[in-house]
Design a protein around this ligand. Structure first.
Ligand code: GTP
Length: 598
């Protein structure tokens, strides 16, 4: 039977353990691309992914593996991201597969996302094939890693494959294991169509394209399909597979991974997790969907040139087509005009969206400080969930403030336990426990406010453990906390876009740093400019930008003409990037610099 020659699998791993490199080797080995066609890393194809060396979007590809006995197998590989922000994408690709290759770096062992992803795969009942990668390195410790696989993951390590994706060692064994161990799909081809959308993509010519795993039935051009969550119907214009570029084919049948195009104008009609069925012969039940992960971090984005609001809107809409986890709604600020309040999965996700807007859509942006969602109980009993400091009620109206708390798992070599515990303490963490992985490494459990994690916790963790500690966290709930809203005043006026929520104990330090930073980045003007930080009506920090001395200006006049011209041009250039707050011009950099304060 046809499905017996199909295997659908993904590769899961902690970041940098070698997923993409292994995927490349599998592609190469199955002879899908000649070496010349093979770019550095075929699957990481977004510019930013290449530069940062990380996978963000999952990317399916269909391989044809010819076994030594002459039989051919179709292997559908779905690459997954490793960073904690993108766990959601991992979970989506898992739903399209029957098995997963679990890659573990032989020099690092099991790390936080190895554990998290393994649990996810187990939840989805996937068959796991452990692969110990990078055995070419002198510091590789495959035996230690095997022990960890047994002790920490509870998986039989005798089946683990020793490999080097870089040197091409163990690749044949991996291909064999995929065919041998991963179950083939067993969907009924005669049943009504049920295809799970695990991703979508917007194509300017073909419209929204759904990436699907067909679980049951058949779909082909001309089929009338229906989205089960909305009931909307479309006529299929094209179906195809990934090699790795989209390639049209005649039909997709139960067991297949591929794409469906149906002149769908709106990407919200190809909702990830939705089930596509046949409009004339619909299935009675949709497939189990995905847990929708709400955004955890919010920030406002404004075009630095306010006339480009519509461009920014169009860019965000386009981006959202390819990034279902990005949410946004119109927002406006007294200081910055019209923009958007955006929700992200985490800080890395936020940075990537901003970078893509600037690069791919040529936008110059001003972004406000990232914030989590706070729970505010007012004195009149009303409960609000707020992510935008601007919308907070005045302190006198607030009965209780609560902040989101995460359960954090940190894995690290034991010699760094001291510095990392100090770090967690500084970040208002609550110690929950410690466990030895083996004689060298430990797992630390902490309860940490999400607000403290999203700033620069990750960087601090890496620098205090020389890169060896890894982190995974999961939102747990809300906890009461002494939080205050810090307002920044420039020349006596509150700059709403700079307001932020901080813990009371950290307010003074933060306020002082912001005031100093602003003083450094606001150019002197003809008058003195006070910069103040306040909680309610109480000023807690103050700096002053001194007035420009007249003779500094005078020097320019009567001087050489070309110099004056240059100066004028420079001024004009500067103007574009200035925001007028009352009487004061604030350069874009000032907003940026404030945001960089952890
Ligand atoms: P993300 O996609 O961002 O999660 O990372 P990844 O897991 O795909 O890792 P990637 O394939 O980008 O590899 C990370 C680094 O490890 C790269 O510098 C690779 O060249 C290197 N690497 C991967 N496999 C091997 C290996 O077998 N041996 C050695 N020495 N280096 C390897």
């Amino acid at each position: 039977e046809r499905q017996k020659s199909i295997r659908n699998f993904c590769i899961i791993a902690h970041i940098d353990h070698g997923k993409s490199t292994l995927a490349d080797r599998l592609i190469e080995k199955t002879g899908m691309l000649t070496e010349r066609e093979m770019q550095d890393q075929v699957l990481d194809n977004m510019d930013i992914e290449r530069e940062r060396g990380i996978t963000i979007k999952l990317q399916p590809v269909r391989l044809v593996y010819k076994r030594s006995d002459g039989n051919e197998y179709i292997l559908n590989l779905i690459d997954t991201p490793g960073h904690v922000d993108f766990t959601y994408e991992v979970s989506r690709s898992l739903s399209a597969c029957e098995g997963a290759i679990l890659v573990i770096d032989a020099t690092q062992g099991i790390e936080a996302q190895t554990l998290a992803n393994t649990y996810l795969a187990m939840e989805h009942d996937l068959t796991l094939i452990p692969v110990i990668n990078k055995i070419d390195l002198p510091s590789a410790q495959p035996d230690m890693v095997k022990e960890e696989i047994e002790n920490v993951l509870g998986i039989d390590s005798s089946e683990a494959i020793l490999a080097s994706a870089k040197e091409g060692i163990g690749i044949d064994e991996i291909l064999e294991a995929i065919v041998e161990k991963i179950p083939y799909p067993q969907g009924n081809e005669d049943a009504p169509l049920r295809a799970l959308i695990f991703d979508s993509y917007y194509d300017n010519y073909k419209g929204a394209i759904a990436f699907v795993r067909v679980k049951e039935g058949v779909v082909k051009p001309g089929s009338k399909i229906r989205m089960m969550s909305t009931g909307k119907a479309f006529e299929v214009t094209e179906v195809g597979i990934f090699r790795p570029k989209a390639m049209p084919c005649d039909e997709l049948r139960a067991g297949d991974v591929g794409y469906i195009a149906a002149s769908i104008k709106n990407v919200s009609d190809t909702r990830v997790g939705d089930t596509i069925t046949d409009d004339e012969n619909p299935a009675s039940e949709p497939l189990p969907g995905f847990r929708k992960i709400p955004p955890m971090v919010f920030s406002s984005i404004y075009p630095s040139d306010s006339s480009r609001y519509e461009d920014l809107k169009a860019a965000l809409e386009k981006l959202q087509l390819n990034d279902a986890s990005l949410v946004f709604e119109p927002d406006n600020s007294i200081a910055l005009g019209f923009g958007f309040r955006c929700g992200f999965l985490g800080l890395l996700h936020m940075e990537i969206v901003q970078e893509r807007l600037e690069r791919e859509y040529d936008m110059d942006l001003i972004t406000t400080a990232p914030s989590v969602v706070y729970k505010v109980t007012k004195t009149n009993g009303e409960v609000l969930y707020l992510d935008n400091p601007t919308n907070f009620p005045s302190p006198t109206e607030i009965e209780k403030m609560e902040e989101p708390i995460a359960d954090a798992t940190i894995m690290l070599p034991k010699e760094y336990v001291g510095p990392i515990m100090d770090l967690c303490q500084e970040r208002r963490g609550t110690y929950k426990g410690m466990q030895y992985l083996d004689e060298k490494r430990v797992i630390l459990e902490y309860e940490l406010p999400l607000n403290e994690i999203i700033f620069d916790f990750f960087d601090a963790l890496k620098s205090r453990s020389r890169g060896y500690a890894s982190l995974d966290y999961e939102l747990k709930g809300y906890k009461e906390s002494s939080l205050v809203k810090l307002d920044i005043l420039v020349n006596g006026e509150v700059v709403d876009a700079l307001s932020l929520i901080v813990h009371k104990d950290k307010a003074y330090e933060r306020a002082r740093k912001i005031a100093v930073k602003l003083k450094e980045s606001i150019p002197r003007q003809l008058f003195e400019i006070p910069i103040q930080a306040a909680i309610g009506s109480k000023i807690i920090a103050r700096e002053t930008v001194k007035a420009l001395r007249k003779d500094v200006l005078a020097k320019c006049y009567g001087g050489d003409v070309s110099r004056k011209k240059k100066l004028l041009e420079k001024q004009k250039e500067g103007k574009k990037r200035m925001r007028k707050i009352g009487e004061v011009d604030i350069p874009q950099e000032a907003f940026m610099s404030v945001l960089k304060i952890g």
